[in-house]
Design a protein around this ligand. Structure first.
Ligand SMILES: *Cc1c(COP(=O)(O)O)cnc(C)c1O
Length: 372
């Protein structure tokens, strides 16, 4: 049988494993930071209407520039992120992963490198590699925050073309202060090998869950600062595949050089527009999830776990001698959490109250087992 490595694939892909969080059919699935709430019935019906309308034009290619959708995304950001954003400063794609890929295709590539501060979102490194962009793993502190001086030093040492920041950070839940982002932005420009500067991407996939305001206002007067968002988490629409960015108009022009023609289907655009009509309802779910997240932090701490403060819809907890073994014991009790490879730690997504109770019961039982 012929194997991948027998094929003439690119050297940087050889021996690599694909992204693959387990998709297991267990009673309590808390491993991929999805919303536990299905779309409300009224939204499901509205999607039906809008998709039906779009279906009547399916013989035609969709709006290549997704102008109606980008206008609504801009309005949503303006309403919720404390900063006025125009349609021309917003771009949308199939999940924020495609947004990240387009940014790397336009601003990264062979001969250039990107830096991130690990542990962070593994796709930043994976998409960098798949676009031929070098990857540099920058430092985080013991408590999973970013030490500004150490990060500035790493940027000066490596002179990357792209800096990835993730706030709130996945998998730790840690939010970044605006001061750190500004210091790293300035460092990236000063250190850049290219006199035109370096791109700084702030991945705000979990912004809606944060105790802190969005970093979006920082894009003003910073043409190389990009904020990425997604409808996968706060909008409870992971199945939709819709991500977006806000930045200077020139950045939006740049990603249009690499996007595939008609990359965003008419069905996707219609569905996303329907979901945006229900933004206020969906944000009430976010409020409920935030208080459940805070409850998870409190209860895990009470159980005796070491818990990382979280601004996202998940919580990192430990510290275990063998996190993989704890992961397996929780799974044996029907609770699927995530092992992100952070030594001694696991990550749990906030579920419904009942799911969180089932998770907490399982943790109590497993910690008793392993200590006894
Ligand atoms: C979940 C997540 C995303 C979302 O990716 P989509 O492609 O929009 O589903 C992006 N960034 C981070 C840090 C995430 O955790």
């Amino acid at each position: 049988m012929i194997r991948i490595d027998d094929l003439p694939i690119r050297d940087e892909l050889r021996g690599k494993t694909p992204y693959g969080a387990p998709q297991l059919d267990v009673p309590v699935r808390l491993n991929t930071n999805e919303s536990p709430h299905p779309a409300p019935e009224a939204l499901v019906r509205r999607i039906g209407e809008r998709v039906t309308e779009a279906a009547r034009d399916l013989n035609r290619y969709p709006d290549r520039d997704a102008l109606a959708l980008r206008a609504e995304l801009a309005a949503y950001l303006t309403r919720t992120a404390g900063h006025r954003v125009t349609t021309g400063r917003v771009w949308a794609a199939n999940g924020s992963n495609e947004i990240l890929q387009q940014l790397l295709q336009a601003f990264g590539g062979p001969g250039r490198a990107a830096i991130g501060f690990d542990p962070s979102y593994s796709m930043h490194a994976l998409i960098s590699r798949s676009t031929g962009t070098g990857w540099i793993s920058g430092p985080r502190t013991e408590d999973f925050s970013i030490d500004t001086d150490a990060a500035v030093a790493a940027i000066h040492a490596h002179r990357p073309a792209i800096v990835f920041l993730c706030s709130p950070n996945n998998p730790t839940g840690t939010a970044l202060p605006a001061g750190t982002v500004l210091a790293l932005y300035d460092a990236a420009q000063a250190a850049s090998r290219d006199e035109r500067g370096a791109l700084v991407v702030v991945d705000e996939a979990y912004a809606e869950f944060s105790h802190h305001p969005s970093l979006l206002p920082l894009i003003e007067d910073r043409p190389l600062l990009v904020v990425t968002r997604t409808m996968s988490k706060a909008f409870g629409a992971a199945g939709l595949r819709l991500g977006y960015l806000a930045a200077a108009e020139a950045v939006v022009d740049a990603v249009q050089l690499v996007r595939l023609p008609y990359h965003l289907s008419a069905i996707t655009q219609a569905t996303a527009l329907a979901a945006l009509e229900f933004a206020d309802t969906l944000l009430t779910y976010v409020e409920e999830l935030k208080s459940e997240r805070d409850r998870l932090v409190a209860e895990l701490t009470a159980i005796g776990c070491e818990v990382t403060e979280s601004d996202a819809n998940f919580v990192q907890f430990g510290r275990f001698d063998d996190a993989r073994a704890v992961w397996q014991r929780l799974l044996d009790r029907g609770v699927l959490v995530r092992d992100n490879g952070v030594p001694g730690r696991l990550r749990v997504t906030t579920g419904t109250r009942a799911e969180n109770d089932a998770f907490l019961d399982a943790v109590r039982a497993v910690t008793k087992e392993i200590s006894g």
